[in-house]
Design a protein around this ligand. Sequence first.
Ligand code: NDP
Length: 516
Amino acid sequence: MSSSTSDRRLSELWSCVTLDEASSLIDSTSSPFSLQNFVGGQYIAPHDSLTNSSQHITSFEPKTGRPIYTLPCTQPHAVEAAIKAAKAAFPSWSKTARAERSAILWKVSELLQQNREVFAIWESIDQGKTLDRARVEVDRAISNFSYFSTFILHEQTAARMVDGVALTYEHRSPAGVFALISPWNMPLFLLTWKIAPCLAFGCTAVAKPSEVTSMTAFLLGDIFQKAGVPPGVINIIFGDGATTGAALVASPLINGVSFTGGTQTGIAIRRLTAHQIGKHLSLELGGKNPTLVFADSMVPSVRERTIRVAAMAAFENQGEICLCGSRIYVEKSVYNDFVRDFTAYVREKYVLKQTVGAVASLQHYDKIRRYLELAAEQKATFHLGGAPPTLNEDEAQGYWIEPTILTDVAKNSAIQIDEIFGPVVTITPFDNEQEAIQLANDSEYGLAAILLTTDGARMRRVGEQLEAGLVWVNCWLVRELGTPFGGMKNSGTGREGGEHSRDVFTVVRTLHLPAY
Ligand code: NDP
């Protein structure tokens, strides 16, 4: 594809200001859009050696099942070329004054703001989420840049005295070139949650979004160009995990990896990098999060809030959020009431008002469908939903799964143990607080937990015993970007957010200055 042809097609993507326009654009093109790597500050034609791929991956629109674009499956030696571009840019970017880095990143946030709707439209089309949900995530992406662009202007460093002997202080410097790898559930938000701090703290990067949802990462290249991010500071390459992702994280030229995705992939990345001891690793992995509903949270004055929070935590973004509460435990005395009210609310809010989207891919649809078939085989009770039909890619009409509420699921069933990552919840009764804690912690994961109670002492007593990196009390998904984000157990290692992101992207050395 000549560069003028690709420029024209890029400008067509930017010109869509409604979902209908974007949809018509897809229909009107004889061949799907082909995404291009962004390396050294420019888009690279697929046949170029910086992409070097004769293999292409097709991405499908979850809501309709039609093909929307192809992306190159970037091969290892082209991955290396992108890493070299980031390495070449590092000496200059890492020495660029904070004020200047800050101004450039602020500009990125402004440009995202100006193009908020276009990003939301393509994110909704590409991922399957509703347009409203996509807007929320674009807003979060904007905040990622505005937050870290100002954070670096107010940094402090620790100094200590050894009386009469020495002053010691901590000096931080950018850690080098990073691999930034993100999943398909919140593509723009999660990728920028890595890119913004990485660049703010003076590192350079090669970023790889999921092959399933690469569209908004493709558009980002244009934003970086327009904001004046120097060539090579951020490179965005496309491809699958096994080829492109693995080559990226394993490269000895990569100083650190910030990864968000599944636990098995996290384990694979640990293996791939085990011999590179000094490589920074931040792994944000899966979850199978508990929601605990105590009887006191079902009194009339707060009942509506309890149901709303539990439902939002279960079904927001079709349950495709690592923080979703997919195991609900309810105190026995209010169990029947909760199941009845929760089911009625979900039917009204999510099914009738159609506020859930389609799940992200046919592969994911099939995975969820198999769990629902298993639930039927195991004689679980379906209060809402059921196993959807098998879809064939050729005739797929979209990957729609109705919000599903299950009870009578055995504790040792895969439905209770595995991360399904879709619009499926189980509800189970408990007798007392100790049992609630034990059930909540009975998981290999430890990412998040939701605690619904009006008892102030219990909030702390139970909250502090839950094995979860994030505990929300009577709320869910409330975030302040400085708070440490990350999981326990198989949900990950490391924390990101504010100064915790600084720990990921910088190295610290301690200087000792004698008193004489
Ligand atoms: P995956 O682990 O399958 O993929 C995540 C990313 O890693 C993708 O870009 C993928 O590429 C890439 N990848 C796959 N294999 C490798 C490899 N060997 N080396 C390097 N990169 C690789 O996760 P999903 O995309 O399926 O996302 C869902 C998971 O993400 C869930 O478990 C969810 O809980 C978790 N998640 C965790 C969050 C957290 O903050 N803790 C937040 C959001 C999601 P490709 O897709 O192209 O193959």
